[in-house]
Design a protein around this ligand. Structure first.
Ligand SMILES: CCc1nc(N)nc(N)c1-c1ccc2c(c1)N(CCCOC)[C@H](c1ccccc1)CC2
Length: 339
């Protein structure tokens, strides 16, 4: 559907069920970039042509060159942002950004320090934050807010489909202004965001099989399209991993014996009066490396310090199972079963 009927789709690429990204352009003439549309942050950044040659990750990605854009506007303010898996630094610029065919004049960051770990593993060039304005670094108005203020969207919502296997074409879809009935069945269950200005909800508990083991007094769940996996407090996740018989790897990942996968229990998240269950198919990444099968568990322990934490982060492997609508008009999140 084109912007004319108030919705704008962007196809996404799925890399190994762990990275999902789509194409945008910045500048005139258009310079193309692959970005993750990230509900866990609210800023747009891409690597800069001014990135020092010391940063290998800058040279394996597309870089924005202000001198080649006739619509570039100088800014120069410093910028840095932290993610759970890494951080970046740079400076601000302004230019025309086109997302799903919709142009906006946008302040974004040109990144000049892109650490090899983890960005050498990134298949995407940059990040387009889909979070609320109040989490935006340097108080920059986010891209989606600039699009909403043009009053061209049918609804002030956006929806995310992440495919379940890399061979599935396309690997996913972002829809600005609505949802895509081609990617979900049944009806949406909605729940209000737990506090104004974050894509997070109150979670009532986490069960393994029939037993509610974690978050028994309630906790916060961040619905984060920028995170590959599900993370929870390290102590809870290590108990969860022991319960399913997973063993911890050096860098914090977990694997299980592939022969045991089919007998693994389901994990259920109680959100907004409904239960969202992930089976072993949803949370085991089955990869064959050098002829042997590796079954990694897509849960990670992550302790987010108070006041933000402790939190659970429901990332790509959750969204691949539950098609998600992010509703800025009603400050709510909707889930439907993805197809
Ligand atoms: C999108 C930005 C972001 N936003 C939020 N809210 N959370 C996190 N964690 C990230 C983030 C930052 C850096 C990287 C990342 C993700 N990656 C995952 C893409 C997920 O795509 C959906 C890749 C990766 C590869 C290997 C091991 C770890 C990570 C590249 C590095």
């Amino acid at each position: 559907p084109s912007p004319s009927n108030g919705t704008a789709p962007t196809p996404l690429t799925n890399y190994l069920d762990a990275q999902y990204y789509g194409e945008i352009s910045i500048g005139s003439p258009a310079q193309m970039f692959n970005v993750v549309f990230d509900t866990g942050s609210a800023n747009l950044w891409v690597p800069s042509s001014n990135c020092s040659p010391l940063y290998t990750a800058c040279f394996t990605h597309n870089r924005y060159d202000a001198s080649k854009s006739r619509t570039h506007i100088e800014n120069g303010t410093g910028f840095s942002i932290q993610y759970a898996s890494g951080n970046v630094r740079g400076f601000l610029s302004e230019d025309v950004v086109v997302v799903g065919g919709i142009p906006v004049v946008q302040v974004f960051a040109e990144v000049t320090a892109l650490p090899a770990i983890p960005f050498i593993f990134a298949k995407f060039d940059g990040v387009l934050g889909m979070g609320y304005p109040n989490v935006a670094i340097d108080g920059i108005t986010p891209v989606f807010d600039r699009i909403m203020s043009q009053h061209i969207l049918k609804e002030d919502v956006f929806s995310v489909y992440y495919s379940k296997d890399p061979m599935h074409k396309p690997g996913g879809e972002l829809v600005l202004g609505g949802t895509d009935p081609g990617y979900y069945t049944g009806t949406f269950n909605y729940m209000g965001t737990s506090q104004a200005g974050k894509w997070e909800v109150n979670m009532k508990g986490v069960s393994v099989g029939e037993e509610r083991l974690f978050c028994k007094e309630g906790c916060t769940a961040v619905i984060d399209t920028g995170s590959s996996y599900i993370t929870g407090p390290a102590s809870s996740v290590s108990v969860l991993m022991k319960t399913i018989g997973a063993t911890e790897l050096a860098e914090g990942g977990y694997t299980v014996n592939c022969d045991l996968v089919k007998s693994l229990p389901s994990v259920t998240f109680q959100l907004g009066g409904h239960e969202y269950t992930l089976t072993e198919e949803d949370y085991i990444l089955w990869q064959s490396q050098f002829g042997e099968d590796i079954c990694s568990v897509t849960f990670r322990g992550l302790d987010v310090p108070p006041p933000t934490g402790p939190i659970w982060i429901l990332g790509a492997n959750f969204i691949a199972r539950y098609y998600t609508e992010f509703d800025r008009h009603n400050n709510r999140i909707g889930f439907a079963t993805a197809v």
